[in-house]
Design a protein around this ligand. Structure first.
Ligand code: TYD
Length: 134
């Protein structure tokens, strides 16, 4: 499984850092939705789903967390701990977010508006979904 991690351009100067993200330039899709998670309770796993078509970029803009990516065959764990790093997650990846630091803020850029029908929340259904695409 290919892990696509972006290192966004940092516009740093003596005042500090700034990162700017534009759709189709820094982000490979039209950004239709932005959401973020914070105050995540210790020990919690979030996510535990895949999508039928949604693409996302995850950025831990403060603190740190880990992302488990599972394509149905292989699993990888990616650490996010830099505010200028973005992890691309395609639709057909089962994802779990965990090991959030107390101060973690996980920002998500999404290619579609929220649609519960796009979620695959059952792991067996996810396996059938990826097998059907082969
Ligand atoms: P949920 O899907 O459980 O989050 P996670 O994937 O991190 O485990 O979402 C939590 C709640 O927020 C749930 O009631 C749905 C709602 N929600 C929205 O209303 N809009 C959104 O864009 C998202 C991602 C969630």
């Amino acid at each position: 499984m290919q892990v696509i991690k972006y290192a966004f351009q940092q516009h740093g100067d003596e005042r500090g850092q700034l990162v700017a993200l534009e759709e189709f330039k820094d982000i490979p899709f039209k950004i239709k939705r932005v959401y973020y998670m914070y105050d995540t309770v210790q020990g919690v796993h979030r996510g535990l789903h895949a999508h039928r078509s949604l693409e996302q970029i995850l950025i831990c803009i403060h603190g740190s967390c880990k992302i488990l990516m599972d394509n149905g065959i292989e699993k990888k764990i990616v650490s996010l701990e830099k505010p200028y790093e973005g992890l691309y997650i395609s639709n057909d990846i089962w994802r779990e977010m965990f090991d959030f630091s107390l101060d973690a803020v996980l920002l998500v850029l999404a290619s579609e508006i929220y649609d519960e029908n796009d979620y695959i929340r059952d792991y067996d259904e996810f396996i059938s979904f990826v097998n059907a695409k082969k």
